[in-house]
Design a binder for this molecule. Structure first.
Ligand SMILES: Cc1cc2nc3c(=O)[nH]c(=O)nc-3n(C[C@H](O)[C@H](O)[C@H](O)COP(=O)(O)O)c2cc1C
Length: 336
């Protein structure tokens, strides 16, 4: 069978009506308390109709781990009440919603962070400043915050959780040897650097059970010699695969450097490399803006789902365009 965007797929126990996913897109409109506002309800409701899944923007599990001074959070019961309005708006279109759970670590917003923490005392840059290395007790506190966030995610009506382990935030900082030089059980070899992620994942699983969808977003490369590579990442993910329902493959963010060549579908080879070794669905993202390219990626089995970000920000109807208007969309394959 030739796969296309229109084909349903299961992420664990959850059936998606098609393979087009709204990528997590920070709105930078949260209040000082990290509450969502009416904008979020309207924004997500407006974009939910045609995609198979909406993944909400990065949402802080802790007041001390906010990525931005105006992001949203899920660290009190008041957050749950407000987030429920967003899931209701998405569900009104019979579309499921995942929440992306995040902690910024050394990249937490200096404007709203009391104490910057990370695996090791290595700064991202001068703006963020030097973080405090996490103590073992500090690590366990954050693992517990992830568990509580998962509990709140269920209460807020989310159909699944995406663990944000990409873009240089706390979990990625543990995974990469460039930001983790610990000499205890959380640093050194791959197994140790993946330990924090494993503990977060198992804490979430302990809360939500095995049937509830839990996926992960990773950065497959740090774009720097000595950083995380798809090969090492696969080794780490292999050991966690049985607890995960999909892997969403992005790149970069650990260091203040940009990839030199951001062309159409530039991250797809990384998704394909990871897919070769794992048996759970892989989501590709990054400048996949046409139906023909998306379908080619699915047909060639380079990935199982396609996420789109920027086009949906610019045009709330872009998903409909991709799914319904094959001919027009497929003529603009090289547009980016
Ligand atoms: C304004 C904006 C906000 C973003 N916010 C997030 C986020 O909250 N979490 C995340 O993992 N990625 C975030 N991303 C990255 C997107 O999810 C996506 O990976 C990226 O935009 C590439 O996909 P695209 O070419 O379809 O836009 C953001 C990107 C943009 C442009």
């Amino acid at each position: 069978m030739t796969l296309t965007l229109d084909n349903p797929i299961n992420l664990g126990s959850l059936r998606l009506k098609n393979r087009l996913i709204m990528a997590p897109l920070q709105q930078y409109k949260g209040t000082i308390e990290a509450f969502p506002i009416d904008h979020h309800i309207e924004h997500y409701g407006r974009r939910a109709k045609h995609v198979g899944l909406v993944i909400l923007e990065s949402t802080a599990i802790s007041p001390n781990g906010r990525l931005w001074k105006n992001d949203i959070g899920i660290f009190t019961d008041q957050h749950v009440e407000l987030l429920k309005k967003i899931t209701d708006a998405i569900h009104a279109h019979q579309t499921p919603a995942f929440i992306q759970l995040s902690h910024g670590g050394r990249k937490s917003s200096p404007e709203v962070t009391n104490s910057l923490v990370a695996p090791s005392a290595i700064a991202f840059d001068e703006h963020y400043g030097s973080p405090e290395p996490l103590s073992l007790a500090g690590i366990q506190t954050i693992v517990e915050e992830y568990r509580l966030a998962a509990k709140r995610a269920v209460a807020a009506g989310f159909d699944g959780i995406e663990i944000h382990a990409a873009h240089g935030f706390l979990i990625h900082q543990f995974l990469s040897p460039l930001s983790n030089v610990r000499s205890d059980d959380y640093g050194g070899n791959s197994e140790n650097r993946a330990r924090f992620l494993k503990e977060v994942l198992l804490a979430i699983r302990g809360e939500v059970g095995r049937q509830y969808p839990v996926t992960i977003r990773v950065s497959a490369t740090d774009y720097c010699t000595g950083g995380l590579t798809p090969v090492e990442l696969v080794r780490m993910l292999k050991t966690l695969e049985s607890e995960l329902d999909a892997i969403h493959v992005s790149t970069g963010g650990l260091l203040p450097i940009q990839p030199s060549d951001v062309h159409t579908g530039y991250q797809v080879p990384h998704a394909a490399a990871i897919k070769q070794h794992l048996n759970i669905p892989v989501i590709a993202v990054g400048k996949i803006y046409t139906r023909s390219l998306a379908n080619r990626i699915l047909e060639d089995q380079l990935a199982d789902c396609i996420a789109i970000g920027s086009p949906l920000l610019a045009d709330p109807d872009y998903a409909e365009y991709l799914l319904m208007h094959q001919e027009q969309a497929s003529t603009t394959d090289n547009d980016s």
